[in-house]
Design a protein around this ligand. Structure first.
Ligand code: MTE
Ligand code: MO
Length: 406
């Protein structure tokens, strides 16, 4: 009698353990069969995310934080939003990973191993704010297509790596360089190897800043796979789409980089304000650079209650792209009057700043606490919504939490 290829006892034991109960007819289950109970991936476990985060999409994976999950001064992986345009690369081997610098504006392209990058150049660590250009998109009316981010597509982690500038100095770049474009190992949703999910970049002045890093560590450890392991471009203060994950090639271009999601309407807003719903021609759309002034109340959680007569301690963060926050205010009367918050200096340029305030309420009832930051150019957040734009970018409206005094 021919022996059927059944699952072994030990394999059965470990499968039962993963499922959490006995597989009753396990002895007749085919070898290498993956029980359905284990086929439904648990994104929170897979990406080590807080279970309070919100999954917006699973193909590709897009997950956002809630304001109260961003209470840490430095964002841990567990509450860092995840934004993917394609499929996360699998089977990455850091020991054979290389980064090639090429393009029209280098005389001779050069390829580096990870070990080269880590040993040949000085290393720097900065706290860098990364906010998705589409953060806040869900509030626009008429609505814009794309992930309906609310407030949680922002993070400020500690990134360690080498300066992109030092690397480009080593390669030698020509005077006609205007832009860099990154290329990465993630896979297009169609699985067509000729298509890239995203290939964006930055103009040379941004590239040459001290804080623009080719990073290999996040919060002191290897970058988590989903956030770009083993190598990531990090350009704080600009739309996070500039910060390419899993990068293996950087092209130094003599034109504005024309990779996937650099052209058309992607990551662009009307160069001049338009009416809600208005059609805008491609040539009237401008590339988003520095992100606008914004803030988030991270404590307490919206919906909190407090006893009458008690002071409410609020706290949060504020950031303004390339600029610094000069003033932080809160209002408990829907923006009619504002009081000043305590505001810390940033740990370094492009890091978010922390604020606190002691809020008193005149009597029992329902309140909203609104927060408003002002940047070093004197520009403040709009109270409810900024100007509408076709793709729903750059919503930097005041963050608001509901409070009941009982
Ligand atoms: N290779 C690659 N890099 C990428 C992306 C991507 O899909 N592929 N998404 C970009 C976008 S749109 C954002 S908002 C950030 C998100 O970074 P995070 O997932 O680490 O939070 O990564 C950027 N870098
Ligand atoms: Mo993004």
């Amino acid at each position: 009698m021919k022996r059927r290829n059944f699952v072994t006892r030990t394999a059965l034991g470990s499968l039962s353990m993963l499922i959490g109960t006995d597989i009753v007819f396990g002895n007749t289950m085919p070898k290498d069969y993956n029980p359905l109970a284990l086929q439904d991936p648990d994104p929170f476990k897979m990406f080590n995310k807080d279970r309070g985060m919100e999954v917006l999409n699973d193909k590709p994976w897009n997950i956002e934080a809630k304001a109260h999950l961003l209470d840490d001064k430095i964002t841990p992986n567990t509450s860092m939003f995840l934004r993917n345009n394609g499929l996360i690369p699998e089977n990455i081997d850091a020991s054979t990973w290389t980064l090639t610098i090429d393009g029209e504006s280098v005389s001779k392209s050069k390829t580096y191993s990870l070990a080269d990058l880590k040993t040949k150049f000085p290393q720097y660590t900065y706290q860098l704010t990364l906010e998705c250009g589409g953060n806040g998109r869900s509030e626009f009316d008429p609505p814009a297509k794309g992930n309906q981010w609310t407030v949680g597509a922002v993070s400020c982690a500690n990134w360690t790596g080498i300066r992109l500038r030092d690397l480009l100095d080593d390669v030698g770049i020509n005077n006609d360089a205007v832009y860099i474009g990154y290329h990465a190992a993630d896979v297009h949703l169609s699985r067509d190897p000729k298509k890239e999910p995203i290939s964006r970049g930055a103009p040379m002045p941004k590239v040459m800043q001290d804080e623009t890093l080719i990073a290999f560590k996040m919060n002191g450890e290897d970058i988590p796979l989903a956030h770009g392991y083993p190598l990531r471009l990090v350009a704080g203060g600009w739309p996070a789409s500039v910060s390419g994950k899993w990068i293996n090639r950087i092209s130094v271009r003599n034109i504005i980089h024309d990779g996937t999601k650099m052209t058309g309407t992607a990551y662009r807003v009307p160069c001049n304000p338009v009416a809600p719903g208005e059609k805008v021609k491609d040539e009237d759309m401008c590339i988003i650079e520095s992100m606008p002034v914004k803030s988030l109340i991270t404590y307490p959680k919206t919906g909190a209650t407090i006893k009458d007569g008690k002071v409410l301690n609020i706290r949060g963060h504020a950031w303004a792209g390339e600029l610094e926050i000069l003033k932080m205010e809160y209002s408990i009367d829907f923006g009619a009057t504002w009081k000043t918050c305590n505001l810390e200096k940033p740990a370094n340029r492009l890091a978010w700043q922390h604020f606190t305030a002691e809020v008193s309420f005149p009597k029992k009832g329902y309140y909203e606490v609104w927060a408003k930051a002002t940047d070093s150019m004197g520009i403040s957040q709009p109270m409810l919504l900024p100007g509408w734009n076709p793709k729903g970018y750059l919503n930097n409206a005041c963050h608001r939490i509901a409070i009941k005094v009982v």
